[in-house]
Write a protein that binds this ligand. Structure first.
Ligand code: NAD
Ligand code: GLY
Length: 366
């Protein structure tokens, strides 16, 4: 993948005192100037994992070394299965062992797993230290690094233990995607595709036309997809930081997706694969309850399938799905609620009769 010729974009997320910028560009994460507006501190802690650290930690540490007297590195085990208390503790162990004070800035270098855990650790360490997201997967660049949701998994449910904690800055460097395995790129496309049906009908049409370029990692196509995704996410989060309403639309496909992830065991399907399949089911459900024409649901499903994402649900059994979905964070008063599409670019959160959920699950292979 050639990454030459791309320009730098800045998307702002407006949250009063917690406002911050998302920098999107090529070869930006290793530039000391990228971090020059951050508050003064003595110590920086670079948190990454065993896969990403050998690729990019040295470059980031060098850039940070120009403004922090001490830069420590914390290298976590890789994988969704390690998004746990035990792994979180490794961050605290390293910070305490190195004598990091309460002004220490944490830098999350990696995908959504590293980002979610680093953000959570930053919220807890000495009752809160600042952190910066340096996302290196497509999924993290378009979604998880933006918006301040941080968490670890519980064996009974995905992302069940966590806090809202906004970063000071997000640095999405498209050049880091050159080393990303194709399966991970495709998983990230699920979260990109999501933004079309829920918020921007024109972006959905653009994705239909440019999917092949994205799969081929065309830098201009990737830059546009990342920028537009971040703009939509920033717009939603600015209005509803703590998900009292609107923000739930970002969970299109996630109720089914989280059940797939937990049901199969975390890490069996990638998060993006589970979300892709969940969106296919949720699109069908939207049509089944009469919100959108069947033809539009089919278009959504076709785009997901063309991206190389699964659209058939793993056969866990309908009852097992319903049990897993009952612990979803959007459930209220015992009722599981779903993000459904009510028009191209418009989503709604609502309850659906169990019988309709069972019907769509059965039809999708559950
Ligand atoms: P991930 O963090 O597991 O990264 C995927 C894989 O790619 C890992 O093996 C990682 O080591 C590797 N990798 C990362 N960058 C690489 C690079 N540049 N080159 C080579 N390999 C690289 O998975 P993900 O898809 O980035 O994130 C999924 C996680 O994000 C899930 O835990 C999900 O719950 C969470 N998430 C959070 C939010 C949020 O709002 N906080 C939103 C969506 C997803
Ligand atoms: N990924 C869903 C959210 O940030 O709200």
């Amino acid at each position: 993948m050639s990454t030459s010729g791309s320009t730098q974009h800045r998307v702002s997320i407006a949250l009063d005192a917690r406002s911050y910028d998302i920098v999107i560009g090529t070869d930006v994460f290793a530039l000391p100037s990228t971090y020059e507006a951050l508050p003064d501190a003595t110590c920086a802690a670079l948190v990454s994992n065993h896969t990403v650290a050998p690729l990019y930690a040295q470059q980031l540490a060098k850039a940070l070394g120009e403004r922090y007297r001490k830069v420590i590195q914390v290298v976590l085990p890789d994988g969704e299965a390690h998004k746990s208390w035990q792994t979180l503790n490794l961050i605290f162990d390293a910070l305490l062992a190195a004598g990091c004070d309460r002004k220490t800035t944490l830098f999350a270098l990696g995908g959504g797993v590293v980002g979610d855990m680093t953000g959570f650790a930053a919220a807890c360490y000495m009752r809160g230290v600042p952190y910066v997201q340096v996302p290196t997967t497509l999924l993290a660049q378009v979604d998880s690094s933006v918006g301040g949701k941080t968490a670890i998994n519980h064996p009974m449910g995905k992302n069940m233990i966590g806090v809202f904690n906004q970063p000071l800055l997000v640095v999405a460097d498209i050049a880091t995607l050159t080393t990303l395995p194709q399966r991970e790129l495709i998983a990230g496309l699920a979260e990109v595709i999501k933004y079309g049906p829920i918020a921007d009908g024109a972006f959905f049409v653009w994705l239909e036309a440019n999917l092949d370029a994205l799969l081929a990692r065309d830098p201009a196509a990737l830059a546009h997809a990342i920028k537009r995704s971040c703009e939509i996410k920033a717009w939603v989060v600015s209005q509803d930081e703590r998900e009292t309403g609107l923000r739930a639309i970002l969970n299109f496909g996630h109720t089914f997706g989280h059940a797939i992830e937990a049901g199969l065991g975390f890490g069996t399907w990638l998060h993006g694969e589970a979300v892709g399949c969940g969106m296919a089911i949720a699109a069908q459900l939207s049509a089944n309850v009469g919100l959108i024409p069947a033809a539009y649901a089919l278009r959504i499903q076709r785009l997901i399938e063309r991206a190389g994402l699964p659209v058939r649900a793993p056969a866990l059994g309908v009852q097992r799905y319903q049990q897993l979905m009952s612990v979803d964070k959007k459930a209220e008063g015992g009722e599981t609620r779903f993000v459904l599409i009510e028009a191209p670019g418009k989503a709604v959160l609502r309850g659906v009769p169990d019988a309709d959920v069972a019907t769509v699950l059965r039809a999708c292979g559950a």
